[in-house]
Design a protein around this ligand. Structure first.
Ligand SMILES: Cc1cc2nc3c(=O)[nH]c(=O)nc-3n(C[C@H](O)[C@H](O)[C@H](O)COP(=O)(O)O)c2cc1C
Length: 324
């Protein structure tokens, strides 16, 4: 585990950062995650236009401030906004400016390592920048750019994901980085959060578990497909976006494709230029990780977090008992 955890990530109800999810993480979900004492996050591109991102940040901050003042003593988690560092994301500069204006405490950058100017701008108001990577090479590039921490996206994660075993990836990164490490990939219950820490990570990064929540912006069909899925009902393909990711096979079948025989796409089709048409594709093809296998219900976020806490504590005490 890291010797240094930035202040904004200390004192959470649970060592959990909610993962930002395109088309799914809207303000209702983010607010519920923060009110449960974990980090709540969303991709900037979920806001249809840059002005909407500005509105969302006002709205979320105001709501959380009201909640804090009427619930003194309750832990409220910080907000994280995800920025896609890709040349096709024409909004990047403006969206980063909006986050700086709102002094968003945590920025999650993904796909390409952020440029040094962005890292410096985030640091200038005391913000923390975490970058998500699928291998050591990308991790080293991001660290060179000056990011504060790494999100390791291991095999089985929902949406764009890597293929490496979490054991290997965490071990390899820990050999050269002792700062904050967040692990993702099929973490959907409390014992898996503890396992991530036992492996050497500081936090679990959880996406799919929160799709199956009342507050998530996902259709009932999407949510129930997660409940019905086992680990092998997830397909890993680059056909839909040009980058490999995990999707529910059921949604692929629903559009008349064979999930076990998908064509291979060209990486160059990846584009974040036209967020809306991409959103349409993600509405039909449902991103989800293999952690769907252990998800059986669609409760409120607060119930999910309460349960995660109990599971985490139970797993910890079982291991402590065994090691005596
Ligand atoms: C539907 C969906 C949409 C996603 N969209 C994004 C995104 O816009 N930006 C991003 O950095 N990661 C995105 N991800 C990846 C998640 O942030 C995270 O890495 C992943 O959900 C963690 O694995 P888990 O789902 O197994 O918990 C998405 C994942 C899903 C399932």
């Amino acid at each position: 585990m890291s010797k240094y955890i930035p202040e904004v990530l200390q004192g959470l109800t649970l060592p959990v950062i909610s993962a930002p999810m395109f088309t799914v993480s809207y303000p209702e979900l983010v607010k519920a995650q923060c009110k449960s004492g974990i980090v709540g996050s969303f991709p900037a591109l979920n806001a249809r236009q840059p002005e909407i991102l500005d509105d969302w940040l006002y709205q979320i901050k105001e709501d959380l401030a009201e909640f804090s003042s009427s619930n003194p003593g309750k832990t409220v988690g910080p907000i994280a906004v995800n920025q896609i560092s890709h040349s096709s994301n024409v909004r990047l500069e403006q969206d980063v400016k909006t986050c700086i204006k709102h002094r968003v405490p945590i920025i999650i950058s993904s796909l390409r390592a952020p440029v040094k100017e962005i890292v410096d701008e985030v640091h200038s108001y005391g913000g923390v920048i975490l970058h998500d990577v699928i291998n050591l090479r990308h991790a080293m590039k991001a660290l060179e750019a000056g990011v504060d921490g790494l999100i390791l996206v291991a095999a089985g994660a929902g949406g764009h994901a890597g293929t490496l075993s979490p054991f290997a990836l965490v071990g390899e990164v820990r050999k050269c980085f002792n700062g904050p490490v967040v692990l993702s990939g099929s973490i959907a219950n409390g014992s898996s959060i503890l396992a991530a820490q036992a492996m050497g990570a500081d936090f679990g990064y959880m996406g799919t578990r929160f799709i199956a929540s009342k507050e998530a912006n996902a259709s009932e069909e999407y949510k129930s497909s997660i409940l019905n899925a086992g680990a092998s009902d997830i397909v890993y393909s680059n056909y839909f976006s040009g980058v490999h990711g995990n999707y529910l096979k059921e949604s692929v079948k629903n559009v008349g494709l064979d999930p076990d025989n998908l064509p291979v796409a060209d990486k160059s089709i990846m584009s974040f230029k036209d967020g809306r048409s991409k959103a349409k594709a993600w509405k039909d093809i449902w991103g989800a990780g293999q952690g769907a296998a252990v998800i059986d219900d669609v409760p409120n976020v607060s119930e999910i977090v309460d349960r995660l806490k109990v599971e985490y504590e139970e797993a910890l005490s079982k291991i402590c008992l065994k090691s005596k």
